[in-house]
Write a protein that binds this ligand. Structure first.
Ligand SMILES: C[S@@+](CC[C@H](N)C(=O)[O-])C[C@H]1O[C@@H](n2cnc3c(N)ncnc32)[C@H](O)[C@@H]1O
Length: 384
């Protein structure tokens, strides 16, 4: 059993730890934007293939003391890279700085690359080359004040690139974040899920993939570990053939957007995820969207308003609150937004608020219980 690390987004660590425990990983421990766990090669393949809330699965190789660039170069050159790759392979280095001692992660990545290629040149007279786009081996450096942690990135392209989203409309959510928002809401596939303002459909599609019980990486063309020297195709094939964790359930998932290009993009993405016809996709504004009677969970990610007039944005958020109140009593609603001022105009009582990020934007995920009937439970806080 080796220690492995799954990286994730801020606020999703506990969900990722739960997912890993569900997959059978041992010694699962949540950290800041990462979860460590123990597992063999099979677990590393399974984690890449199944997880929904992980960005990358790292395999730590070595940690050594380093206080400057020279220490890093020497520590890297001393590692037995011949066991990992040959001079015919390509490589890329990504550095995450958690120290103010260093200014540029790109410069550290250069030093690491120099250490590796110099070792090969000295010993074999040939060296691996750099390919930043599609390398055979991705090396991940986590650099603190006193230590340099060196890992191999077994995922290749980040796991949020699921393989189904070829079309994007304005500000699409990261798929890992979308899966996290769905899990945080507590939605289960036997309930109705309503996704107004769906854009390119990421939330609805992630929910559809969960409902079908498909692994997060089901539609991906491949993973980084498949280019490694020790890749075992039969082992990975066996994992692909394992029974899915959950049987298919015919869920009721409904999405709308007022923009035709958004609907067109969502439709193409749904088709790639095998969900066309399984998710109800409607071109409509949220305010006049007519749904069949029922209740369930609403998850929405409205515009944050970077390119909007302030008064239009306030009106949009006020309309969201009014529509939820008028047309969705009995539902539980979740709004994910990076605009706290606009959120005040929703004017409904929040029952929970979770802190997350959308890229660099600080966001809050607000929960509202839209109680049936009783007007007293709606408490309109006038915006200040
Ligand atoms: C931030 S984007 C959603 C992105 C989406 N979560 C994704 O992953 O692609 C917001 C969407 O809200 C839509 N929108 C704005 N006002 C709307 C309204 N009143 N009714 C329906 N859709 C609306 C926009 O067309 C846009 O696609």
């Amino acid at each position: 059993m080796k220690d492995l690390i799954a990286t994730t987004l801020y606020g999703l660590e506990a969900l990722l730890a739960e997912e890993l425990t569900g997959l059978g990983a041992g010694s699962v421990r949540a950290h800041n934007r990462a979860v460590s766990f123990s597992g063999d090669k099979k677990m590393m393949y399974r984690a890449n293939y199944h997880l929904r809330t992980a960005l990358r699965i790292l395999k730590p190789l070595r940690a050594f003391p380093a206080r400057n660039e020279e220490d890093i170069y020497k520590g890297i050159r001393d590692m037995a890279w011949e066991g990992v790759m040959g001079p015919e392979n390509t490589l890329a280095v990504e550095t995450v700085l958690v120290s103010s001692r260093y200014k540029h992660s790109g410069y550290i990545s250069q030093k690491v690359k120099d250490g590796i290629v110099d070792r090969f040149r000295d010993r074999m007279g040939k060296r691996p080359s750099v390919d930043l786009k599609d390398p055979d081996v991705r090396i991940h450096i986590h650099l603190g004040d006193t230590h340099c942690n060196v890992s191999l990135d077994s995922s290749g392209e980040s796991l949020h690139k699921r393989g189904y989203r070829t079309q994007a409309y304005k500000a699409p959510l990261n798929e890992v974040l979308a899966a996290g928002l769905i899990r945080l809401s507590g939605w289960e596939p036997d309930k109705r899920l309503v996704n107004p303002m769906c854009g390119s459909g990421t939330l609805a599609i992630e929910a559809g993939i969960i409902a079908r019980g498909l692994p997060g990486g089901y539609f991906r063309p491949g993973f980084g570990f498949q280019a490694w020297k020790d890749y075992e195709p039969e082992l990975f094939e066996a994992i692909r053939k394992e029974r899915f964790l959950r049987e298919y359930r015919d869920s009721e998932i409904m999405a709308c957007d007022l923009a035709f290009p958004a609907i067109r993009a969502a439709q193409q993405n749904l088709a790639r995820a095998g969900l066309l016809g399984k998710i109800e996709l409607v071109k409509s504004d949220f305010e006049s969207w007519q749904l069949s009677p029922g209740t369930g969970t609403i998850i929405m990610n409205p515009p944050y308003g970077e390119r909007m007039e302030k008064t239009d944005l306030q009106a949009l958020y006020k309309n969201i609150g009014d529509t939820l109140k008028k047309n969705f009593s009995g539902y539980e609603a979740w709004i994910f937004s990076g605009n706290p001022d606009a959120m005040k105009y929703v004017g409904l009582k929040t029952s929970r608020k979770l802190a997350l990020y959308n890229g660099p934007i600080r966001c809050k995920y607000h929960q509202y219980e839209l109680y049936d009937g009783s007007r007293k439970k709606f408490h309109r806080d006038d915006p200040v």
